[in-house]
Design a protein around this ligand. Structure first.
Ligand code: URA
Length: 287
């Protein structure tokens, strides 16, 4: 006779195994005692979009993090939406749609040309337009190219990029399946966070790229990406909004931590795995 009482535990066990596999894939070799004790109430780093947010560059001097208790944000749904996300948190002031619709990513690249629209242009080696499948179902949006990306012209090829590759593989996809781009297309000096005027000069191209690709879901890596796409800079912390679906112009958007942040705070990989499972499940349900 079949014993149904163990069925719920099988599900939990499978989940634990998947979780451990993910941690192994992204390089966690040791699960310290901290995870066994009750987790403290989360505190967060205050990180407005244009100044001190985001995935600080490896060589960037970090200001001492200011910690505050997170104000609760009441969202309607924390579940994977079966079709559209129900949450639109922000009164977003999004840039206008392009006057003339683009037919392809090449149209946008041509329009960008040898861009001199902001003060990042003189110090860049390569403009980093974006890379991957132009028909991707999943698009990752990072913050800005770093040194390796500036040198190669390809996004996420440095250490953070290698971790991103592992994250992509952990959800059963390949880098070639997805499209990867950034909020700004040129490297900020010293890998500092892009400034408001630089984002303003560049983000129209990002919105146009997303309009052409029409992914099923977008993952915003880090605060500058999430806040640029969602049109708000007052939320203050990626910690508060990660792991929940938002509405980006009719497409679900999942904010999560930037891989560069994970390199500095590997204990946060657990949260990213939770977020990425929701993305994976959403894609499965919307095949
Ligand atoms: N960090 C980013 O945000 N983008 C890259 O392309 C590389 C590192």
């Amino acid at each position: 006779m079949e014993d149904n009482s163990i069925q719920p535990f099988q599900g939990i066990a499978e989940d634990v195994i998947q979780h451990l596999r993910f941690l192994q894939t992204i390089g966690v070799t040791h699960l310290g005692g901290a995870s066994a004790s009750p987790r403290p109430a989360p505190t967060e780093t205050v990180s407005p979009v244009v100044t001190e947010t985001g995935p600080a560059a490896p060589n960037q001097v970090q200001p001492a993090p200011e910690t505050v208790a997170p104000a609760p944000i009441i969202l309607q749904s924390h579940e994977v939406p079966s079709t559209m996300p129900q949450v639109s948190l922000f009164d977003a002031e999004l840039p206008a749609e392009p006057v003339k619709p683009d037919h392809s990513l090449e149209d946008i690249r041509l329009d960008i040309g040898d861009c001199q629209r902001c003060k990042l242009a003189p110090t860049r080696t390569h403009l980093v337009f974006g890379d991957g499948n132009p028909n991707a179902r999943l698009v990752f949006v990072g913050e800005a190219p770093g040194a390796d990306e500036d040198a190669s012209g390809i996004p996420f090829v440095g250490k953070a990029g290698q971790l991103l590759n592992k994250i992509i593989e952990a959800i059963g996809m390949k880098r070639d399946d997805v499209f990867i781009c950034n909020v700004v297309k040129c490297r900020p000096p010293e890998n500092r966070t892009p400034e408001r005027d630089e984002i303003a000069a560049c983000n129209g191209f990002l919105h146009r790229q997303l309009a052409v690709i029409r992914p099923k879901i977008i993952v915003a890596l880090g605060a500058p990406s999430a806040f640029t796409l969602l049109g708000d800079n007052k939320i203050g912390s990626i910690t508060r909004i990660r792991g929940q679906f938002f509405d980006y112009r009719g497409t679900p958007l999942m904010p999560t931590f930037h891989p560069a942040y994970l390199l500095r705070s590997p204990d946060k990989k657990r949260e990213v795995w939770e977020d990425m499972k929701k993305v994976r499940d959403f894609l499965k349900q919307n095949d």
